[in-house]
Design a protein. Structure first.
Length: 210
């Protein structure tokens, strides 16, 4: 079985098991992304594991919040790395203006190329640290790279407003971070072992229905 076929089969099974909706256009984008990541990783070492199994698992991890997160009017992903979760979210929300903030040159170059190749013309890659980014407030700020929630909120303060939501991909150590959150943000934790997704909404916003 070719690696492309293997990836598609793995991904379809994972998406179906998670109850995620998808169409053929999204599947083709994700397949193309997986092929590009494998190709680039052989030269630039973008990620520790670019096998079909690992990429399918990372794609599912990136997409799972679509089961509980409202589509934003704009997206900032902090520390996108090899594409997770920001480029994968952009593939599912191609109409949403998206900024991928990635300071490392080789990863930023890959993200630009991959976005072009899979037809994501509303994606911008900013090769800089997030505290150097100048932009209007975003509707949703996501990150899987920064471990401390309070630090990430401080770093993105000038990129948010009273309506900004946050989606952070976390591990097991979360309770202390929750207790230190500012009172104007309402936390919601969604667990899918070993991942804990932290979704923060402004207190003034209506809860997202699932």
């Amino acid at each position: 079985m070719r690696s492309e076929e293997c990836f598609r089969e793995l991904l379809l099974r994972k998406l179906d098991e998670a109850g995620l909706e998808y169409d053929e256009t999204l599947l083709k984008r994700l397949e193309r992304f997986a092929g590009l990541l494998k190709e680039w990783n052989g030269i630039h070492n973008l990620t520790a594991d670019a096998s079909p199994e690992a990429v399918a698992a990372n794609v599912l991890d990136s997409l799972y919040p679509l089961t509980f997160v409202e589509k934003p009017d704009s997206l900032l992903d902090v520390g996108t790395g090899a594409g997770f979760p920001g480029l994968i979210l952009a593939a599912a929300w191609p109409e949403v203006p998206t900024v991928l903030c990635e300071p490392l040159n080789k990863r930023a170059a890959f993200l630009r190329y991959a976005a072009l190749e899979i037809g994501l013309d509303r994606v911008t890659v900013a090769r800089k640290r997030v505290e150097q980014l100048e932009h209007a407030p975003f509707g949703l700020i996501s990150s899987r790279a920064v471990t401390d929630t309070g630090l990430l909120l401080r770093l993105t303060a000038k990129l948010s407003d009273a309506h900004t939501r946050y989606l952070f991909y976390k591990g097991s150590r979360l309770q202390e971070e929750i207790e230190a959150l500012p009172p104007e943000l309402r936390p919601r934790i969604v667990e899918r072992e070993p991942r804990r997704y932290l979704y923060l909404e402004p207190e003034t916003e209506k809860s997202v229905q699932t």
